[in-house]
Design a protein around this ligand. Structure first.
Ligand code: NAD
Length: 295
């Protein structure tokens, strides 16, 4: 396997492209937005600089990694020679099924189609293709170049052969995989999102402030980051979509998104990517400054 196409150059897509390129795969990075592609490459370059500064890779490795990535604004052009496509576009079931219909039409017959979705059914996505045995969930964690885990999700029709192939590939890029079954939120977000949602409810109910809630979870539970800060890093729009998928999928009110989260997303406060969520950010840097609304 030499060519891996990645769809979406946002938070996750650029990290996935970075990781495969660093392990010497040819990566075709595809996004509908030219600006997103430019931003994605700039982020990869900045993250590689950081690795060079920490002496984890050499300057030559950085140059080689960037040279392994080619960008495209058209799916058809980008996936022509791909053995594997990893879709990391916006978390929206309608959008993802549309992308997979197109992928099924334009990719070579034996191309494996993976999605990095955080919550949407792999079985549902596979069902719109003529190759559901080759559709699989490959759920990377943020930030991809650093986080070890890949949650591999077996759709109802995913073949054993494809499961094994993706598990082996994960190992080749120095990650650790865990196989899970296809139910809303899988394992990661089934457990993480109710915690984040509850932290937002706790804030919404006035039990404590942003910094206080995060401090309790950091110092009291030994979490490296508080849940509200983590939500900002994931993207509040992504958190909301995942909760909505779990709420719809299980019909259980415990997954209903907190009205404060809904309001923040409607107001365009999406966390790090919009420079304001529960905290304010500049240049994507970790921040201890709580947003004005919560001071
Ligand atoms: P993002 O908003 O940062 O990036 C999404 C990108 O997709 C944008 O650049 C957008 O222009 C592009 N896009 C939209 N429609 C497209 C299309 N038709 N073709 C090509 N590109 C298109 O989102 P993200 O946070 O990177 O999330 C991407 C996926 O990864 C989602 O499914 C999300 O649930 C999942 N995920 C996110 C995280 C996280 O921490 N953010 C973690 C694990 C998984």
């Amino acid at each position: 396997m030499k060519n891996i196409a990645v769809i979406g150059a946002g938070t996750m897509g650029n990290g996935i492209a970075h990781t495969f390129a660093q392990f010497n795969y040819n990566v075709q990075l595809i996004d509908v937005s030219q600006l997103a592609l430019e931003k994605g490459i700039a982020t990869i370059s900045k993250n590689l600089d950081r690795m060079v500064a920490k002496e984890k890779i050499s300057e030559a490795d950085k140059i080689k990694t960037l040279a392994n990535i080619t960008t495209f604004t058209s799916i058809k052009d980008g996936v022509k020679y791909a053995s594997l496509v990893i879709e990391a576009a916006t978390e929206n079931a309608v959008l993802k099924t549309k992308i997979f219909k197109e992928l099924d039409e334009v990719c070579p017959e034996d191309t494996i189609l993976a999605t990095n979705t955080s919550s949407i059914s792999i079985t549902q996505i596979g069902a719109v293709t003529s190759r559901p045995d080759k559709v699989i969930g490959m759920h990377f964690m943020n930030p991809v170049p650093i986080m070890k885990l890949v949650e591999i999700i077996r759709g109802y029709n995913t073949s054993d052969e494809v499961m094994k192939f993706i598990t082996d590939l994960t190992y080749k890029i120095s990650k650790v995989s865990v196989e899970v079954n296809d139910y809303p939120g899988f394992v990661t977000n089934r457990i993480l999102m109710p915690m984040i949602n509850e932290a937002i409810e706790t804030l919404f109910n006035g039990v404590a402030g942003v910094a206080e809630i995060d401090t309790v979870m950091k110092l009291g539970m030994a979490h490296p980051m508080g849940p509200l800060q983590l939500a900002d890093f994931i993207g509040l729009d992504v958190c909301l979509s995942i909760l909505n998928v779990m709420h719809d999928g299980f019909k259980n009110p415990k997954y209903a998104p907190c009205p404060l989260l809904v309001n923040m997303v409607m107001a365009g406060k999406l966390g790090v990517k919009s420079e304001e969520g529960f905290y304010v950010y500049s240049n994507g840097k970790k921040s201890d400054t709580v947003a004005k609304m919560f001071r």
